[in-house]
Design a protein around this ligand. Structure first.
Ligand code: HEC
Length: 192
C-alpha cells in the first residue's frame, strides 16, 4: 500500500480511479507540437506473441512469491569506495536528488547525514517515516546502512511493527560492500 491508500481501502472497478498517486503532478500531456503523434497510429504488423524481456526488480514491484526474510544488519562504519558508490546510487536516482534541494518522488538527500528522519522541508512523508523520526531516528552511517538493506523491516523495527508502511518502494541492497560504497558516495555528494 506504501501509504498511498488507507489500510481499509478496497480496490474495485469503482474505487480504482480515486487513488491519488504521489507523483501524479509530474505526469502531463506534452503540449509541444513536435511531440504529437504523426498521422494515424499504425495498428498492423504488431507482434502476435508477447515476450517479457525485463522486470522492474530494482523497484521491488514484481511479486516473486515469499521472499527470504532478511534481517537488517548494521554494517561496520568502515569507509567504502565513493566512485563505486556513485554507480550504485543510480538505483536511487529515479526518486532522489542528492546534490540539490529538489524533491522528486522521494525527498532530496542533500544534507541527509545528521537529519532526523521524515523532516525534509516541503516533502510529504508517510506516517511511519514521520513516526520513526519522532522516536529519534537520525540518519547517519549506521542507521542509513541498516535502512538501505531492507527499508521496510528496518523502519518497522524502529517503530515497533514487523514492516513499516513506507512510500519508498525499494527492496534494499543486500550486498554489504555495495552498502559501504554507496554510503561513502552519499557522504561526499550530500554535503551542502
Ligand atoms: C521508487 C522510488 C525510490 C527509490 C528507488 C529510492 N527511494 Fe528513498 N525514498 C523514497 C520515498 C517516497 C521516500 C519517503 C518515504 C516515506 O515517506 O515513507 C524515501 C525516503 C528515503 C530516505 C529517508 C529520507 C528522510 O528525509 O527521512 C532515505 C535516506 C532514502 N530514501 C534513501 C534512498 C537511497 C539511498 C536509495 C537508493 C539505494 C533510495 N532511497 C531509493 C523513494 C525512493
Amino acid at each position: 500500500m506504501n501509504d498511498v491508500v488507507e489500510e481499509d481501502f478496497e480496490l474495485t472497478a469503482a474505487t480504482i480511479g480515486k487513488i491519488e498517486m504521489p507523483n501524479e503532478a509530474n505526469f502531463f500531456i506534452d503540449p509541444r507540437s513536435d511531440a504529437q503523434p504523426k498521422g494515424k497510429p499504425c495498428m498492423t504488423d504488431y507482434k502476435s506473441e508477447i515476450k517479457v524481456v525485463g522486470r522492474a526488480r530494482v523497484l521491488d514491484v514484481t511479486p516473486e512469491g515469499e521472499k527470504e526474510e532478511v534481517t537488517a544488519t548494521t554494517t561496520g562504519v568502515a569507509m567504502g569506495d565513493p566512485k563505486a558508490g556513485r554507480t550504485i546510487f543510480n538505483k536511487c536516482k529515479s526518486c532522489h536528488v542528492i546534490d540539490s534541494s529538489k524533491n522528486r518522488a522521494g525527498p532530496s538527500l542533500q544534507g541527509v547525514f545528521g537529519r532526523t528522519a521524515g523532516t525534509y522541508d516541503g516533502f510529504k512523508y508517510s506516517k511511519d517515516v514521520k513516526a520513526a523520526g519522532k522516536t529519534g531516528l537520525v540518519w547517519d552511517m549506521k542507521t542509513l546502512s541498516a535502512f538501505l538493506v531492507e527499508p521496510k523491516t528496518y523502519l518497522g523495527s524502529v517503530i515497533g511493527k514487523p514492516k513499516a508502511n513506507t512510500r519508498m518502494a525499494f527492496c534494499g541492497i543486500k550486498n554489504e560492500e555495495d552498502i559501504r560504497d554507496l554510503i561513502a558516495y552519499m557522504k561526499e555528494a550530500s554535503a551542502k
